[in-house]
Design a binder for this molecule. Structure first.
Ligand SMILES: [Zn+2]
Length: 68
């Protein structure tokens, strides 16, 4: 797998919140692969699983539209 994982940019812009505590410290599972050309790690896959860094709640992430 050599293609960089990308998630389509949401329209409108959103923030990701924990559904349990409302915090924004959400982490998403992903794989990174070493790119020898760029000499840096780059994401190769992003998975659905999320966990909240604040309360530990799993898979409760919700999107909120950023009001302009
Ligand atoms: Zn939380």
């Amino acid at each position: 797998m050599s293609q960089t994982a990308t998630i389509p940019r949401p329209d409108p812009d959103v923030t990701i919140h924990c559904g349990a505590c409302g915090g924004e410290n959400i982490r998403k599972d992903a794989y990174a692969e070493w790119n020898a050309e760029l000499q840096q790690w780059e994401l190769s896959a992003i998975f659905d699983h999320t966990v909240c860094d604040d309360c530990g709640s799993e898979n409760s992430a919700i999107e909120k539209v950023i009001e302009q």
